[in-house]
Design a protein around this ligand. Structure first.
Ligand SMILES: Nc1ncnc2c1ncn2[C@@H]1O[C@H](COP(=O)(O)OP(=O)(O)OP(=O)(O)O)[C@@H](O)[C@H]1O
Ligand SMILES: [Mg+2]
Length: 345
């Protein structure tokens, strides 16, 4: 099947481009932070790579890392960044560098945690140099606590000419949900932080993908709607559906579904049992709180007024018996309440 080019997300691309301009202009004393949340397969990684491709001028440095192993080791993000990179010229103690790079011969237990954190920040500073740089953190939800701490430090590091882009699934899916909630709140609290919560594709976006794949005149609305419903507008599910029916005509997309993938819970299952009887809107607002958004950011993401968000938040506090936003977010995590994405448009 032909690879499909990105549809929708124009607003998000433009916003990331503006964030990059602030870095290039050197207007900010600390990095510009962009946090992109969304469920599995919603298109976080594709959005980021499309945004990076369009950045002008090109970043002088891109440091990109993700959790690489099933049980992440300390500073896994940095180890991924260092992997395969020539670090011989960096002015750092070789032992420390070996440790941070998770080199198998690295001496164990030589550095106090605080000292390692400072060395990790210094390593990033040396790699960024005069910038402008992009620091890309993929899948924050799967990262180890030391990496989360490092990312938080970098977000507020002075004179680091960089755009810090973080992609994450909702904190409820994190290895350490409580830590992920805290890390996200810290990142989102940085002044001028850009917050994007990716929702499913709209039917018009699905129609565009289908046209890319099948060519010819636009497909009947009935078919587009059926495909949109079947996939919940999730681009990954759409890609899978298209792959399962490749070589057949578009009508085949309506044939009985292939067995669903275990890792893609249906939206019905996601919104799961709710002990506290939350409304759909409250669950959406809760998702925003778990993602560390402010009321203003949640209002923007959901397309409702800040005042309405405030009302939902106070209802959430009451219904869950919580005394703060963080407590509500942790409540959601404990109840493994996933966060259905707000539907745009
Ligand atoms: N806007 C889009 N238009 C067309 N295809 C898309 C779009 N977004 C994502 N896709 C396709 O859907 C699939 C999943 O996207 P991607 O890997 O970016 O999701 P993700 O949010 O990063 O998922 P994960 O949480 O698993 O990291 C990819 O094959 C990607 O090419
Ligand atoms: Mg991804």
């Amino acid at each position: 099947m032909m690879p499909v080019s990105m549809v929708g997300r124009a607003r998000e691309l433009a916003e990331l481009d503006r964030a990059w301009s602030t870095v290039v202009a050197g207007r900010r004393p600390a990095p510009t932070v962009a946090v992109i949340t969304g469920g599995a397969g919603v298109g976080k990684s594709l959005l980021i790579s499309a945004a990076l491709d369009a950045f002008a001028p090109r970043p002088a440095v891109v440091l990109s890392g993700t959790a690489r192993v099933h049980s992440p080791a300390p500073y896994d993000w940095l180890a991924a960044v260092l992997s395969g990179r020539d670090t011989t010229r960096l002015d750092l103690p070789p032992d420390a560098l070996a440790w941070l790079a998770q080199h198998p011969t690295a001496p164990r237990e030589r550095y106090a945690p605080g000292a390692l954190l400072r060395l990790a920040v210094r390593t990033v500073r040396l790699l960024v140099g005069a910038g402008p740089a992009v620091l890309l953190v993929e899948d924050l939800h799967a990262l180890d606590p030391a990496s989360l701490n490092l990312i938080g430090e970098l977000a507020t590091a002075t004179e680091l000419p960089a755009l810090l882009v973080v992609a994450t699934r909702p904190a409820a899916e994190a290895l350490a949900p409580d830590l992920a909630v805290r890390a996200l709140s810290r990142l989102c609290g940085v002044r001028g932080a850009v917050r994007q919560h990716l929702g499913p594709l709209r039917p018009a976006d699905v129609a565009e993908v289908l046209t890319q794949v099948y060519g010819g005149p636009p497909l009947p609305a009935r078919l587009v709607t059926a495909v949109w419903r079947r996939t919940g507008g999730n681009p990954y599910a759409l890609t899978e559906l298209l792959a399962a029916h490749s070589g057949q005509g578009p009508e085949s997309l309506l044939w009985p579904a292939p067995a669903p993938r275990a890792e893609m819970p249906s939206r019905a299952a996601e919104s799961g049992p709710v002990e506290a009887e939350l409304t759909g809107r409250e669950i959406e607002v809760l998702g925003c709180l778990v993602a560390g958004m402010s009321n203003k950011q949640a209002a923007k993401a959901l397309g409702i007024s800040v005042r309405t968000v405030t009302v939902h938040v106070s209802n959430l506090l009451r219904k869950t018996g919580s005394s703060s936003r963080t407590e509500v977010a942790l409540w959601a995590v404990r109840h493994r309440l996933a966060t259905p994405a707000p539907v745009d448009g």
